[in-house]
Ligand binder design. Sequence first.
Ligand SMILES: Cc1ncc(COP(=O)(O)O)c(C=O)c1O
Length: 443
Amino acid sequence: MTLTRTRDSISSEEARTLRERFVPKGLSVGTPIVVARASGAEVWDPEGKRYLDFVAGIGALNLGHQHPEIVAAVREQLEKYGHVSAQVVTYEPYVRLAQELDRIYPRTEGRTNATKSVFANSGAESVENAMKIARVATGREWIVAFQNSFHGRTYAAMTATGKTKNSRMPFMRTTSPNVAHLPYPYPYRTLGGTDPEEIADLYVRLFEQALDTHLAPEHVAAVIVEPIQGEGGFVVPPQRFLKRIAAICRRHDIVFIADEIQTGMARTGRMFAIEHAGVMPDLLITSKSLGAGYPIGAVTGRAELFDALPPGSLGSTFGGHPIGCVAALKTIEIIERDGIAARATAIGETLRARFDAMAKTHPVIGEARGLGAMQAIELVQDRATKKPAAQQVDAAIKRAAERGLLLLRAGLYSNVIRTLVPLTITDAQLEEGLDIMEEVIDG
Ligand SMILES: Cc1ncc(COP(=O)(O)O)c(C=O)c1O
């Protein structure tokens, strides 16, 4: 086949051939779909086939593809100036976004802490920054993360990642030092306890035991936690667990970092998922939907932590690019103005009701779970043994793609189908996608 270079005329087959030849297999791809155009909750391939999108760029498009106001804000900024670098000059979108993140920061009742923000290009890079800030501000070396977590693929972020298969295993000999992983409550596969309180208390005991034994609190700079594990399979811990871990951190002056890269920006029915637990993090990490599809990551948190870092110790050439900042400013405005968090709650209720109903007639569904519009189903070969059904997940995703629906897997055992639908999806689109899910669920 002759490979054409004309961007607009490439066929799906040509694009896949180019990928096969020029892109490493280390960057795996979940579906064979090639995208030529996108809008809202829909994408089209070069041949004009339409797909519903229940993945939203891995949770980066809570406002959907090509939201007209985001596109307009970006276009307006493009006309003024593009890259200038926050390390060289000051520009309004950067400082306004820092101001806005301070305004919407998840503060628990009565707390008035001032915050500051630094911006990066991605989620992983923001995680790196949070780890640097916590270590320098506390003068301590250890970071505690959780088993089955995902924090990104750069070196320190990868080391904090506790889901080792694929993303971490090939690099096991060369991860960065002084990161410990403690058990995270996974109620469906819990080590013990039957109700949420008991489960929370068991995992808090395991945490405290680690601090009493191999991890002296005076050496722990930070605890980094996803309020809901995303890549880990939409594992929702009891809120009491997050509350108690945050309290332990406060007692020992350990920086409590909430990684809200996947859970943030209204996905769970609140602007930030940590609000469900009533916990104010010391540092908050956002990315993905913060920029509504444009690259930006942020670390926001207690001003005095940032102030401990000397000039020149943070930053990158492109970090906080004006395009990402204006997209983020518009995102916050739209989420608040259009009641997107409430819409996430309603979407979540629809998803959960359908998943619960499906579970009655499809024994392959071991559990339907989630919070707000962060809903998933975990597939098992047998409900009694809970043996993971990863192959059924792959088969279901493949069949869904053939029928016009984009789905994505997750989970420790790759046996979870997660839904990250754009929060701007219509009810009809939501039902249409759920109908396809039901058709393909048995693999
Ligand atoms: C919770 C969490 N943290 C960090 C990351 C890494 O973000 P990025 O892929 O932008 O580096 C992800 C990405 O999926 C994530 O879900």
